[in-house]
Ligand binder design. Sequence first.
Ligand code: NDP
Length: 317
Amino acid sequence: MNDFSNRITKLFGIEYPIIQAGMIWASGWRLASAVSNAGGLGIIGSGSMYPDVLREHIRNCKAATKLPFGVNVPLLYPDIDKHIAIIIEEGVKIVFTSAGNPKTWTGILKEKGITVVHVVSSSKFAMKSEVAGCDAVVAEGFEAGGHNGREETTTMVLIPAVQQAVKVPVIAAGGIATGRQMLAAMVLGAEGVQIGSRFVASEEASSHINFKNEVVNAKEGDTQLTMKQLTPVRLLKNEFCNQVQEAEKRGATVDELKTLLGRARAKKGMFEGDLESGELEIGQVSAILDDILPAGDIVKNVWKEFMSGLANPVKLV
Ligand code: NDP
């Protein structure tokens, strides 16, 4: 039995301060419950779910684990009020909000006794989240996949900056897939880590197998932060990403970019497995992933490597 305990394990009632990121088209109830059952915090990514689908995932997750789990709500989602109502009705205890203003929903969720964490990419937004009443913040750096900050602050710089700016616990994200990366983040002042890409390459992720294989085959330099004029996202380079970059180089307008993006690009790439014309959101850390594993093994491996790194953190010769 693990006897580690800090503000993050206590806040969520979990064994290890390892949180699986909410990711559209990847993190349904299977992944979330597997992570929670392994002692981390599993999160259902609601951003790609219609309201009824979210309700089904929450119910399935409750049936698959008796341990705490959460729901990630990207605040740019079109049916946000319906999602929030379902989360409250279904008795979800932990909500991670992202991609929007933490002031809008935190108070309402907190009134219902829900623990609220907001994902930020700068100290400024971390402070706003604290003022809004969030219980913790996820500080997500430039290396992260999918949605990203405009300022391009790296995890290495962001974690100590956010940690100094707020009193609530900081969860580090962006570029973390191993126990030693977790250790580095904790040395910088984080009290937990949020891991995304590593869990895309898991057996339980709902992403298409073509996408999972592409993630484990990715090398350094294979991802790019793009679409900064719309919503910045880090993508695996492919035909679609090249088209966006060419359009950006020739100075395409926001409307031209929206037309090029079209609808359901993310679903096409990550869920339907169209590797050329789909949108493939993944972090830089995909460069060091080379296998698809059960999510529970990922949690255990990260923790084991973290603990052994803690005993022997630096090479002295
Ligand atoms: P698009 O507008 O291109 O397409 C909408 C997609 O979201 C479709 O695939 C649709 O599924 C699905 N969807 C789920 N719920 C709804 C809903 N209530 N209304 C309309 N569509 C819905 O969006 P994206 O693919 O870029 O993003 C998918 C969703 O996730 C959006 O709601 C977006 O706000 C959110 N989101 C996007 C992120 C990103 O980086 N792209 C990150 C975080 C959240 P179907 O095809 O089955 O109709």
